[in-house]
Ligand binder design. Structure first.
Ligand code: EPU
Length: 334
């Protein structure tokens, strides 16, 4: 187990913010996670349970304890189920599935981050969400050291939401996630430009490997590589608005993209609204709105967490003024 004082989190957040934490603990097994939980006192609070740091904005040095899982294994437990340690790299899991003819995860290729966070954040892309694959989650309860197993249904998953972000926040150290894949290949190709990207390569019925490769190409063309330009993927969530609000806007903006949630609700891409506000490719100090995808805020070099927050607030204000819609960060701002 690692237990370090005044530790720099620079390598632990893809925004590339150089902030420190008072204490950093990393555990590499369930037993070590239990020991870590037992070590914590009131002095350690507030806690920050960190995954790959790909969805985190640190606004300042962290005046508390950061906990990180280094539990790093993948085990196929039967024909369709794979159990992964919470510190396992998400895309290595997807790669395993695709190369072992386990289907359903292809569209979630190349999302940065770790397995544990997939269960907290319900990561999603191209019409698939982590919740569609998660069967159960094993975690250590910090207060008692007890091992708990949560079924998918207990976690109240919805768009980028779960109980781990609400009433269970900072209460559990997730140690593993068990996913159920399928032996039957049923590719989901209807979201956004997947079909057109495949067609451009002359592919109509892609294999899982071809689909994974195409998803990776689409993402790499739109999303900046954190190694080159600090970022945390989509900075904002796409707002879900009432059908009445949507109708009002659709009458004004004929080309507004949208996804129907149900008969009363529509989801409007925040990236589109931000672009309409003129922010795409613009910056405020060292914080910028990415030139190829306005939903992504980037560290243009040496930005502090508060520089990014300033840009976030300016964008929120303009979207509110122009569209009458509040947008909220999907990144964890700490
Ligand atoms: N759009 C614009 N301008 C922009 C960005 C987007 O007009 O600058 C339009 C696009 O043309 C498209 C629509 O908005 O019509 C949606 O764009 P896109 O398909 O790129 O996806 P998104 O809604 O911006 C969401 C997820 C992404 C995920 C993609 C694909 C959220 C917060 N983000 O983005 O997830 O990869 O869909 O499924 O839901 C992430 O969470 O970090 C992430 C990257």
């Amino acid at each position: 187990m690692k237990d370090l004082k005044d530790y720099s989190l620079l390598k632990h957040n893809t925004f590339g913010i150089d902030a420190k934490c008072r204490r950093f603990i990393e555990y590499t097994s369930v037993e070590e996670a239990r020991q870590a939980a037992a070590m914590l006192t009131d002095e350690d609070r507030p806690l920050l349970i960190l995954g790959g740091g790909s969805n985190l904005l640190l606004t300042d040095d962290y005046k508390g304890t950061v906990l990180h899982s280094g539990i790093n294994y993948l085990k196929q437990i039967d024909e369709e189920r794979v159990k992964c340690g919470s510190g396992y790299d998400w895309d290595r899991f997807i790669d395993y599935c695709v190369t072992h003819q386990l289907y359903g995860a292809e569209n979630l290729s190349i999302i940065p981050g770790e397995v544990g966070a997939s269960a907290v954040q319900n990561i999603g892309a191209y019409g698939v969400e982590a919740k569609d694959l998660i069967e159960e989650i094993e975690a250590v309860e910090i207060a008692t050291g007890n091992i708990r197993v949560f079924r998918n249904e207990e976690c109240e998953y919805s768009y980028r939401q779960s109980k781990f972000k609400k009433e269970w926040r900072d209460r559990y150290l997730i140690t593993s996630v068990t996913y159920r894949l399928s032996k039957n290949y049923a590719p989901k190709l209807d979201y956004g430009n997947i079909r057109s990207a495949l067609a451009a390569k002359g592919i109509e019925n892609p294999t899982a490997t071809e689909l994974r490769k195409t998803i990776i190409e689409i993402r790499n063309a739109k999303l900046p590589d954190p190694k080159e330009l600090g970022n945390a993927g989509s900075f904002f969530m796409n707002p879900i608005v009432s059908k009445a609000k949507y109708d009002e806007l659709a009458a004004q903006y004929a080309n507004m993209p949208h996804y129907t949630i149900d008969t009363d609700h529509e989801k409007i891409p925040a990236g589109w609204m931000i672009e309409q506000c003129g922010w795409k490719g613009k910056s405020l100090g060292n914080a910028g709105v990415y030139e190829k995808q306005a939903l992504v805020l980037v560290n243009l070099g040496g930005a502090s967490g508060s520089d990014i927050v300033r840009l976030c607030e300016a964008v929120q204000k303009d979207v509110k003024e122009k569209f009458g819609i509040e947008i909220y960060p999907e990144v964890n701002v700490r």
